[in-house]
Design a protein around this ligand. Structure first.
Ligand SMILES: [Zn+2]
Length: 259
C-alpha cells in the first residue's frame, strides 16, 4: 500500500510540478524539445521493453493484442470526442475542412481546457497501468509510475504553456490559479485511478492482469505518438528531441534489465 501511495502520489505531484515550472520561468523551446523527447523515449521504452513483455508472460498473444488494441481505441475515441468527431494534422489535405468545422463547432472548451480535460480522462488509463503494474509485481509498478511521472511533468508544462499563451504571456494571479487548478485535477485523476486500479486488480487472475497491462500499454503508446513526439519535434534544434528520445529509451533499457 505504501508503494502504491508513493508511486501514485509522486506521479500526481509531477503534473503540478510541471505546471509550476512553466509558470516560474517560461521554458525555452530547446528545453521543451529535450523534455518532450526524453519523455517520448521513456514511455516508448516502458511500453515496449516492460509492459508488453510482462503482459505476454501472463496472457495469450491474442489477448495481449486485443488488450492493447482496446487501449489504443479508448484513447482515440476520447480524442475524437473532445474534438467533436473531426481530427486532422496541419499538413493533411483535410486540414482546411476540419479547422473550418472546428471554427463552427468549437472543440469542448479552449485549447487549455481541451488539453487539461482530455489529459485528466487519459490519466484513467495511466492509473490502470500503474494499478495493473503494481498488482503484477511492485518493481513493475514503480517503473511504470516513474515513466508516467515524467509524462505528467511534460503535460503540466504543456498546460502551463497554453494557459500562459491564452493570456498573452501575462503571469496574472488568474493564470497561476487556472494552471495549478488544471494540473491538480490531472494529478488527482491519476491518483484516484491508480488507487482504484490497484484495488480492483490486486487479486485478479494473471491472464486478466496481462490483458489489462496491454490495454494500458496501448493507450500510452497512442498518447506518446500523438502528444509527446510531435511537440518535441516541432521545437527541436539540431536533432535535440531525437537525441533526448534515445537517451530516455536507453535509460529504460538499463532500468528494465536491472529490475
Ligand atoms: Zn499523464
Amino acid at each position: 500500500v505504501l508503494t502504491l501511495l508513493a508511486v501514485a502520489g509522486g506521479a500526481a505531484l509531477a503534473s503540478v510540478a510541471g505546471g509550476a515550472l512553466a509558470l516560474a520561468r517560461r521554458p525555452t523551446s530547446l528545453f521543451m524539445s529535450i523534455a518532450f523527447g526524453a519523455a517520448s523515449g521513456v514511455l516508448l521504452g516502458t511500453v515496449t521493453l516492460q509492459m508488453l513483455p510482462e503482459a505476454q508472460e501472463r496472457a495469450s498473444p491474442g489477448a495481449v493484442v486485443a488488450g492493447a488494441t482496446a487501449g489504443v481505441l479508448l484513447v482515440w475515441g476520447l480524442d475524437l470526442y473532445v474534438n467533436r468527431g473531426r481530427l486532422a494534422g496541419e499538413q493533411a489535405d483535410q486540414w482546411k475542412q476540419v479547422s473550418a468545422f472546428h471554427r463552427r463547432h468549437r472543440p469542448r472548451g479552449d485549447g487549455a481546457t481541451v488539453l487539461a480535460g482530455g489529459t485528466s480522462a487519459e490519466e484513467l488509463i495511466e492509473g490502470l497501468a500503474i494499478g495493473a503494474g503494481l498488482a503484477v509485481e511492485p518493481e513493475v509498478g514503480v517503473l511504470i509510475g516513474a515513466a508516467i511521472a515524467i509524462d505528467n511533468l511534460c503535460e503540466g508544462l504543456s498546460i502551463g504553456e497554453l494557459v500562459l499563451a491564452s493570456s498573452g504571456l501575462r503571469r496574472t494571479q488568474a493564470v497561476v490559479a487556472r494552471t495549478l487548478r488544471w494540473c491538480t485535477l490531472v494529478g488527482a485523476a491519476l491518483f484516484v485511478a491508480s488507487l482504484g486500479g490497484w484495488l480492483a486488480l490486486r487479486d485478479a487472475a494473471e491472464p486478466v492482469l496481462g490483458a489489462l497491462l496491454a490495454t494500458g500499454a496501448g493507450g500510452m503508446l497512442y498518447l506518446t505518438v500523438t502528444q509527446l513526439v510531435p511537440p518535441g519535434q516541432a521545437r527541436q534544434y539540431e536533432g535535440s528531441a531525437a537525441l533526448a528520445t534515445w537517451l530516455g529509451f536507453a535509460l529504460m533499457l538499463l532500468l528494465v534489465e536491472a529490475a
